[in-house]
Structures are given as C-alpha cells and as structure tokens.
Design a protein around this ligand. Sequence first.
Ligand code: ADE
Length: 323
Amino acid sequence: IQEESLRPSSLKEYIGQKDLKGVLDIAIQAAKVRQESLDHLLLYGPPGLGKTTMSLILASEMGVNCKITAAPALERPRDIVGILMALQPGDILFIDEIHRLPRMTEEILYPAMEDFRLDITVGKGNTAKIRSIPLPKFTLVGATTKVGSLTSPLRDRFGLVQKLRFYEVDELTLIVQRTADILQTVVTEEGAAEIARRSRGTPRIANRLLKRVRDYAQVKAHTEIDGAIASAAMEIYNVDPLGLDWVDRLLLTTMAEQFNGGPVGLEALAASTGEDSHTIEEVYEPYLLQIGYLHRTPRGRVVTAAARKHLGLKGGNDNSEQL
Ligand code: ADE
C-alpha cells in the first residue's frame, strides 16, 4: 500500500487543523453556492503536516482535478505556460515550494491569478508585442515552508493565507490508528500513543514510524503493537522518547559542544554537521523551536537548558537567557 492511499480524501476524514478546516469548509460551501472556483490559497508551515493532502481534498470536495507540481519543475517560462494552458475550468493547480519560483515564472502567474490571462511576449526588441490568451478560472494552491520568502506581489494575490500547525499527541494517535486500520495492522491505544509522542507533531513522521514499528512487530514479536513493542522498535531506529532522531541530536550536541551553546550562524552549523542548511532551517529547526530546545536570535541559534538536560549534557549556561 502506497503513501497515496493513506491520505484522507475528504475534510471530514481529515484529523486535526481545526481552524484551517473551518475556514476551508466555508470557502468550499460559498464557492459551490455561487458556482465559482475557490479563491487562490496559500498554505504555509513545516513539511509533512498535510499541505498536499489538503489541496487534493479541496479538489475532491469541489469535484475538480488537481494538478500537482513544485517550483523546481517550473524553471523555464514554458513549463508554467504549458500547465496553465492545459487547465480545465475550476481546476486546482498545486505548486509546492512556491517561495522558490524563478522570477519569470512568477511574473507569468500574476495576470494568470488576477485576471485569468496569459500574457506572452511575441517578437523581440522594439517590435515585441504582448499577446493575451484567456485562461479558464482556476485555483492556485501554493505551499511553502517559508512564507517570509515570498515576494509581496505574489503573496498579495492569494485570497486565503493559512498556516498549518504541529499536531497534538491525541490527534496523531487517531491518525496512527486510522493508518493502522488501512494497513490492516493491530495497534493498541498505548502503542498508537507511543508512536504519536515520538512523531514530532507531524503526521508524515507518524505514518513512517508506524510502518517501521509494524516491521519490527512482525519480525521480532509476532503480536499486535503495544506500548512496549513500539518503544523497543523505536530504540532500534534511534528515535528517542521525544521523537528526536540522530540528526536532531547531532545539531543540538554540536551547538552545545563545539559552539559553547551558541549563538551560532546557520551556515556554520551546517558546515560543522555536514547537513544542508535549507534542510536544517526548514525541516529540523521548526520542531526544535516549538519544543523550546532551540532559540533563534539576531546573532544566531542558541541551544537551551532544556535541550542540554534532555541530551544529558553537562555545563553551559542557557545562553538564551542572556540574549
Ligand atoms: N494522514 C496524514 N495526515 C492525516 C490527517 N491530518 N488526517 C487523517 N489522516 C491523515
């Protein structure tokens, strides 16, 4: 069973993100009554929280198609032109990592979003002319982990701008139970809760951990997944009781030991750990910030006393207090 079939396909099935669901439910109903397409929607927040899933749900609730793409696939202007010309009325176009769009592509999107019009330059120099081609009314759903990196003309063209939050443990427990049902795996409430607690507030991680625990239970235990089996499995996969993995711990330990707790710049941390700076910033940091293990200051990142305590690291002041 693939990742795809684990995704909920309606708003009703979607667990968590109550505020977002409330806003979208109203937008969907209003658009349906008026027989219009949905307003353009910008979804932002850390990876794995369900931005793509939500876009697919919107399409299914509106009874339209959803074309999925990502900024790195839209390097040349003709990439976006081809996609826009192939849209049907009401269709949803999902662009992931929309903060990385090349400028030319972004400029094609402005009139497309605002007036459903494609402006193409024909010819060169003094004789160049702009030809306008009408487009069907469509909905752009943009997704980004870095809403601050969007240019304001692009951000201003979204009628709805919504944030996805980290999930609560009880929500993730329900998600694990739902996925276990689909995978035809038996998991006790305590087993599901143990996986949920170690999922860093992220359904994608919860579903990934469930699959690994299921492997372990099948090979080592031959029984249902309970709390003890889930804990034992995650010890093997190096996921600690708070869900921190090897990279999380490497980042915190490096800051504490090589940089005296910080402040340390992102690039210096990336160089010392061998991790990609974008990945640190967009994938690892958000959860460490959320649980108060890392603070960001104008002079760089600092590791907190809570993080030192969790990792069993001695000494060092909590530098965040001094800044
Ligand atoms: N699977 C992944 N995310 C989910 C969610 N938010 N609700 C239900 N199932 C999910």
